[in-house]
Structures are given as C-alpha cells and as structure tokens.
Write a protein that binds this ligand. Structure first.
Ligand code: GLC
Length: 463
C-alpha cells in the first residue's frame, strides 16, 4: 500500500466535505468534485461511505444520513440532493419542478440512480467497530432503505419482469453510454420545445468548466433536458412515466445492483432480527436474478439491456462493460464465465493498458475520451471486482479479479484522483505529459474513496 497516496485520498475526501444546515439540522456530505459537481449524488455518496468507514466511521454514517435526508414521501431517493445557493452545476434545483416533493428545505432532482445504498450500508455496518452508534444508525437508516426499495419495486416494473425500468440516461449512472443511442435517437430534435433548447444553450456549464471533448454532445443535452421538462410537466407521476416515456430501458447495470441491494437489505434485516421481513427482499433478489439470467443473448455472447417500445422488450446489443455486471448479481453460468473472461482478456475488446474500457475497444461506438463511451471508470471496475469476488471458485475469475484490483490501484496511483481515465497508453491527453491518462474533473471523491476501499479490503492481493 502506498501511504502517501492513501493520505492524499483521505485529504481529497476531507476537502470535498460540505456542511450545510437544513430543516434545523446540520448535514455532512461529500460532493463528487468541487470543480463542478457541488451537490450530493446518490451512488457517489454510497461509494464515499465505503471508503470513509475505513478512517472515519461517524462520517460514513453522516454521508448516508445525508443521502436519505431528502427522501420523498413516496420513498424516492433522488439522484441529486441539492446544496442551496450553488450555481456551478446545471441543471440546478430550479429546473426540476420538484419543490412540492421536497422534505422541507431539502430539494432534490426527480430521478434516482443505481440503488447502491443498501449495499453500502451493509458494508459500513459490517466494518463499524463502535457498537452503540451502529445500532442507533441502523435503526434510523433501515426504514429509509425499505421505503426506497418498496418505491422502486412498486413503480418501476409495470410488466412484472423482475427488471426495473430506468427512465433517464442520468438515472442509469452511465449518462451517454452507447447503449442508449438508439432510444435517444428516437426523440426527434424537432419535437423538443424551443424553450428547452434555449434553456440548455443559456445555462449548460459542464462543457465550459470542463473539456468539451470529454463531455456529452449538445444534442444529447437537449434530449436530457427534454425528458426532465416532460416529467416535470407530468408532475413526476411515475405510473405514467414508466408507461409513456419515450425513454424506457431495463438496464443490466442498474438491475444487477438492484439485485445485490435487495440481498443486502435482507442481510441487514436478518442482522437486526427481522428475519420475517428479510424474506421478501431475498425473493426480490431472486426474481431479478432470474430475469438477468434470461437477458443473455446466445448469438452475441453477452447480457443485454432492453429498450421498451410499446410493450415489447428489444435487446440492446452494444458491447459495453455492463455485460460484466451480472457477476455482481450471481447470475452467470459456468459456460458464460468462459465467454466473458475471454472478452476481458481480449486486447481487441477489454484488455487495454488501463482496463476496463466502458465500451469495447473494437466497437464502432468506442471513443477514447468521451464520457462513458470508452474511458475507464473506477466505479465500474469496482463492480466487476466485487462481482468476481462471488466467483472465486473459478481460477479464471480469481486471477482476473486480483489483476483488476492491482491495475485499478496502479492507474489511480500513477495518474491521480480523476473522474475517469484513458484506457489506452494515454493518447487522449498528449497535453498532460505527467499525468497522461486522467480525464474529466479532478480531485474526485469516489476515485479517492474507491482507492481507500480497495487498499483496505484487498490488502492481501495487492502486489
Ligand atoms: C456523472 C456520472 C454519474 C455520477 C455523477 C457525479 O453525471 O455520469 O454517474 O454520479 O457524474 O459523479
């Protein structure tokens, strides 16, 4: 373990701490990066807590408390919980039309993100050493998690398919992944009201604060904001959104996390003696696992997301890292292990200098430096690592898991704590000779948290 880098990681998490008084209470939350993402993001915070617990338990608890603080009456825990008066990030609170759902002064966006909360909470609880606080914290948070899961289960699967519907690319966590291209293309630019486009033209900030070449395109942004505008006009009525939205997908990353999260919630309930309640969530995990198993496409040898057209599920056949996510849900058969491992070890697909590229290198959708269309993200690597850890009886999985832990740690040590990284030898940033592989915004919290997590959790496999 490199202790200088570990100290740096902790410092970044320290600097990105944001304290705010809302509804008469003080909240301590970690923002993803002060360079741009100045609010609280859902799955980022869940990840932060998994790193924080290794050196500041109370802060890990506070991170999760703050994450659930803006929960809606109906159970939704949003993608973003806003810090008042911060203007850097667009779209801020005024663009969502969600004030009426706010818990007092805590305003949020209207969509969610991959539901990592229960997984993180289970981890934080198991790591915590200070028993009195753990009990108090568990009782507080478990009610929110139950409400959140019940909300997702009751509103997001009208087809009873075992898979939840994702209704915005931002909700998928992988905003402009090529997996969403065909669904997004169906939203004709001519259908988008002029005021939505004008609003984007006037207010968009990510491509000005950050590097345009690394960010989603303008037309993507029109479509993102079109969906936000539409749902706001529909008053965030989820029963309508999941049936009528022009963007409806069953994402395998989102659903693999959902499956594992239900197991985690059930485990937490078991730990606190609510065995009867736990059963329901183990059953939900099973339902989703069976559906993920069915999403395997024999012909291309991949798990596939689905887009929903009318009431048809159309498989999305892009070759991206999400085909590796069902490991996390324990949904991969022995035959599939071989196929997926061959992909990971193939230099034409996923075996790059800094694996794992988010889109296969030989895909015609691969882009070296643009957001989710190629670059390597520590968060997706983390899920593959955790997924393969469920398959250690396979030598191939064990070997690759250990390799990926080491390459992720080295990638961060060599290049710093960035949002995402050039998966190749560094050709994306010839202008940064000392840190050639770093992309997106800097001093990034989840890259720091994942580093802390990996060097602690996988001490014995780090070379
Ligand atoms: C970007 C990512 C999203 C992440 C957020 C904050 O929008 O696509 O997954 O949660 O940044 O880091």
């Amino acid at each position: 373990m490199n202790s200088t880098i570990l100290d740096k990681a902790k410092k970044i998490l320290g600097k990105n701490l944001y304290e705010v008084d809302l509804n008469g209470k003080r909240y301590r939350r970690t923002v993803p990066s002060k360079e741009f993402y100045i609010h609280q993001w859902n799955w980022d915070s869940a990840t932060h807590a998994m790193g924080l617990v290794h050196f500041d338990e109370e802060r890990a608890f506070d991170e999760l408390r703050s994450l659930v603080s803006g929960q809606w009456e109906n159970g939704l825990i949003a993608q973003i919980t806003f810090n008042p008066n911060e203007r850097k990030y667009y779209p801020g609170p005024e663009f969502w039309g969600t004030e009426k759902f706010a818990n007092g002064e805590i305003i949020t966006s209207g969509i969610t993100q991959p539901p990592l909360l229960a997984i993180s909470t289970e981890y934080v609880l198991r790591q915590s050493k200070n028993n009195t606080n753990v009990e108090k914290f568990t009782n507080e948070i478990v009610t929110s998690i139950i409400k959140y899961h019940n909300n997702l289960h009751s509103t997001r699967d009208p087809e009873n398919s075992g898979l939840l519907t994702v209704i915005h690319p931002w909700e998928s966590g992988c905003d402009n992944s090529p997996r969403w291209d065909s669904m997004m293309q169906r939203i004709k630019l001519s259908e988008i009201p002029d005021e939505v486009k004008a609003n984007v033209n006037q207010n968009r900030s990510d491509d000005k604060i950050g590097d345009t070449r690394h960010r989603p395109g303008l037309e993507d942004y029109y479509r993102y904001m079109y969906l936000v505008d539409l749902y706001s006009k529909w008053d965030w009525e989820y029963n309508k959104i999941v049936k009528e939205s022009p963007f409806r997908v069953k994402g395998i990353l989102f659903n693999s996390i959902w499956c594992k999260a239900n197991e985690s919630l059930a485990n937490i309930l078991d730990i606190i003696g609510k065995t009867q309640d736990a059963k329901k969530y183990y059953d939900w995990a099973k339902e989703t696992r069976s559906a993920l198993i069915k999403s395997w496409d024999e012909e291309i040898g991949q798990f596939t997301d689905y887009e929903i057209l009318g009431n048809k599920f159309i498989p999305i056949k892009e070759n991206t890292i999400t085909t590796m996510l069902p490991f996390l849900a324990k949904a991969v058969t022995t035959k599939q292990i071989k196929i997926l491992m061959d992909k990971l070890n193939d230099p034409n697909q996923y075996k790059s200098a800094y694996p794992i590229p988010t889109t296969a290198l030989n895909s015609n959708k691969f882009e070296l430096s643009r957001y989710w269309r190629g670059p390597t993200w520590p968060i997706t690597n983390l899920f593959v690592i955790e997924g393969l850890t469920r398959y250690l009886e396979s030598n191939k999985c064990r070997k690759y898991r250990n390799f990926l832990v080491n390459s992720t740690v080295k990638m961060i040590e060599k290049n710093g704590f960035f949002e995402y990284y050039d998966p190749t030898q560094g050709s994306a940033r010839p202008d940064r000779p000392n840190s050639i592989s770093s992309l997106g915004f800097g001093n990034f919290s989840w890259s720091a948290a994942i580093y802390v997590y990996l060097v602690n959790e996988y001490q014995t496999v780090i070379e």
